[in-house]
Design a protein around this ligand. Sequence first.
Ligand code: 0L1
Ligand code: MG
Length: 241
Amino acid sequence: MISELADRLDRAALTATAIPRLAAAAGLDPPAAYDVQRALVERRLARGERLAGVKMGLTSRAKMAQVGVDEVIWGHLTDGMRIADGGVLDLTRQIHARAEPEVAFLVTHSAVEAVAPALEVIDSRFEGFDFSLPDVIADNTSASGFVVGPWRPVPEGLGNLGVLLEVNGRVVQTGSTAAILGDPRRAFDAAVRLAGGRGVELRDGWIVLAGAATAAVPLNPGDHVRAVVEKLGTASFKAAK
Ligand code: 0L1
Ligand code: MG
């Protein structure tokens, strides 16, 4: 069953076709959903992608409320999801992608080496971007793409830096790194704990995406998307069709 569910999600992503929710009919609880996620990521690795880190999801109160839960979740990042800073996201390979501004950590010796402004592209494989907690866990927490800006040492006050999300030069969302579990470093600690609990130790050179500082915005062809994080700088990409 795990393998069949992973195949369905994998096919949905590969063909950019939304599918109905699957967790309730399959009786998936969160631990079984993480088994599906692992099987899903293994299909990417079998195609030659390599693990690049982990991402934290539902790290803001607003997102937890949206899914009706009180806990953070995590997913896998691969090199195939990475978009160069200033690079292009191919929207023909997305279903209904959205972008959200984040903070990324660089891992050395299981600790934070550096921090960077980042963008995550989320693209739920479920119809209407609508899912239960086990659904979104199985779907690798909607992970689809990510951009990391320039690395720098962790600055004073990381827990409350201003964040802007711009589309085509217009500010469309404003927020603070405080929206990420009160301080993005808590998201890093949660990544160590939760991934470690599933036998995944953070490796040197891996990236941890800490979570969104604002709501995500839908993407349209031609959009130039930029995250601006106080003291950290910017990360950007262009959405193309
Ligand atoms: O990165 C995230 O917080 C996404 C987690 C899943 C919820 C969503 O797709 O919005
Ligand atoms: Mg995110």
